[in-house]
Write a protein that binds this ligand. Structure first.
Ligand code: GAR
Length: 206
């Protein structure tokens, strides 16, 4: 591995299709990066299997082995420091990161969320969008701060909602776009294309 390679940690809890999109984008040489570690809080996450298939190191950090959330977060910080990654990508990671993690890796943690934030943060974003009756939803990549899905927005894709959509059909349409959006956002960060000014993230002019 070249010395100056851009190193990623990917945090997962489940299916891992966004992890797969990142892996594929690296394999196809669209994203010049290396996944140093995949960390899961769920032992049976399919994402762990996907990583192993590609010879990517995995760690399961079991929440049940820690006294409380702070102790868990300390362990997570230790692991992330050990791998000295450049960027931490949450990809379907369903635990809220504690202040210690956020402060240690300021502006180095990003997340993908299946709605056009700030609309429909939290769980079941696609169901929330259907129930609210909006005509467009989408996906958002954002920096992670101490709120829930509330950090500065890096990029978004709009997805239409049709009259016959249900949660499943909308989730599939959004997920397709997530798989495009996430590797591109990582690439923009890797190439230092972004400027952050409080909440506003813009592309640097060349
Ligand atoms: C994705 O839709 C992602 O946007 C969502 O979980 C799914 C994970 O799928 N994340 C959140 O809702 C975070 N608030 P995946 O495991 O197949 O990548």
């Amino acid at each position: 591995m070249p010395l100056n390679v851009f190193k990623l940690a990917v945090l997962v809890s489940g299916r891992g299709s966004n992890l797969q999109a990142i892996i594929d984008s690296i394999d196809q040489k669209e994203l010049h990066a290396h996944i140093s570690i995949v960390i899961s809080n769920k032992i049976d996450a399919m994402a762990l299997e996907r990583a192993k298939k590609h010879d990517i190191k995995t760690i399961f950090i079991d929440p049940a082995s820690y006294l409380d959330k702070n102790a868990y977060d300390k362990a997570l910080v230790e692991k992330l420091k050990f791998f000295s990654v450049d960027l931490i990508c949450l990809a379907g990671y369903m635990r809220i990161l504690g202040e210690e993690v956020i402060q240690t890796f300021k502006e180095k943690i990003i997340n993908i969320h299946p709605s056009l934030l700030p609309a429909f943060p939290g769980l079941n974003a696609q169901k929330q969008a259907i129930e609210y009756g909006v005509k467009f939803s989408g996906c958002t990549v954002h920096f992670v701060d101490s709120g829930v899905d509330s950090g500065p927005i890096i990029s978004q894709t709009v997805v239409p909602i049709y009259d016959d959509d249900d949660e499943k059909s909308l989730s599939e349409r959004i997920l397709n776009e997530e798989h495009n959006l996430y590797p591109k956002a990582i690439r923009m960060i890797k190439e230092k294309q972004l400027k952050i000014n409080n909440r506003t993230v813009t592309r640097k002019t060349l």
